[in-house]
Design a protein around this ligand. Structure first.
Ligand code: RIB
Length: 288
């Protein structure tokens, strides 16, 4: 079981000819909205990887549909609180090559209480996963409670913040980050990934795949070929599938392979949580 302390956002997508420069006003070529947030994206990805996942989070009155949609996607939602704070949202600008800029409003995602988190984790069992990203409050508390209960803690260091990850020192079992975040972490700590004392670190490298850093050394994995149209949510899809696969008992190599396949399909789609591929789509594209 995965307990995902994670953000839930209303994602607003604007397709533009190029990413706007400072001071520039730019007309969007198209607009649509959907379910997003790094947390919700990871919950949906884990559910589509056939792992049981319970989301811990909050939405405001206008975001009740987002909670309902997570439930429709197979995510347990009893620990998503409906509170009187606006739902988080993200304004996502995507250029013709699929690159993006995101402006976040955190809203209800940072109004969680220790009581809400504690109530959810009191239902967890040893060897379950606590999954987190850096778009909610309460991460340190959640990690300490999870470790005391014998859970494994997986953390996606996005958006990167050196102080947020410092709070989790000694508590992370699996760290997932992209190359930019890995460089930021190295700069903040002065410590190479291998010497962080984290049992498993996975660094995603876009079209170059990923590397897994563990006690056994560094192992590189190639990406599956893809022609990207929108990279938004691809990292979240990778992490959700990775933790989902591990939770279902796959070894790290097999879970990474599954996650790379899911991410390669995801970059060829527009949108976030609503378009994350399921296992059947992965099997149809790649075989078993
Ligand atoms: O990683 C993509 C996500 O980042 C989007 O869904 C958006 O909501 C932001 O949280």
């Amino acid at each position: 079981m995965i307990w995902n302390l994670g953000s839930i956002n209303i994602d607003n997508f604007y397709e533009v000819p190029h990413l706007p420069a400072p001071g520039e006003t730019l007309a969007a070529r198209s607009y649509h909205s959907g379910l997003g947030g790094k947390g919700a994206n990871m919950s949906v990805a884990a559910a589509r990887a056939a792992a049981p996942v319970s989301h811990i989070g909050a939405v405001g009155p206008e975001g009740k549909w987002a909670r309902d949609r997570l439930m429709e996607y197979g995510v347990d939602t009893p620990h998503i609180a409906l509170i009187d704070v606006p739902t988080g949202h993200a304004n996502i600008v995507i250029d013709a090559s699929g690159e993006n800029n995101i402006v976040l409003f955190q809203g209800a995602n940072v109004a969680l209480t220790e009581a809400m988190i504690g109530a959810a984790l009191s239902e967890a069992s040893p060897r379950d996963y606590l999954l987190m990203q850096n778009e909610t409050n309460g991460q340190g508390y959640a990690a300490r409670v999870a470790k005391s209960l014998g859970l494994r803690v997986a953390y996606a260091a996005a958006p990167f913040d050196a102080d947020a990850i410092a709070v989790l020192t000694g508590l992370i079992d699996l760290l997932v980050l992209n190359a930019v975040e890995a460089a930021q972490l190295h700069e903040a700590t002065g410590t190479p990934l291998e010497a962080l004392g984290i049992p498993d670190v996975v660094v995603t490298l876009g079209d170059e795949g990923c590397k897994w850093v563990s006690n056994a050394g560094v192992r590189a994995f190639d990406a599956y070929p893809a022609t990207p149209v929108d990279t938004t949510g691809a990292g979240d899809t990778f992490t959700g599938y990775l933790v989902g696969g591990l939770d279902r008992g796959l070894g790290m190599e097999a879970a990474i392979d599954l996650a790379l396949k899911a991410a390669s399909l995801m970059v060829m789609r527009h949108g976030t949580a609503d378009v994350i591929p399921d296992l059947k789509e992965i099997q149809d594209r790649f075989g078993s």
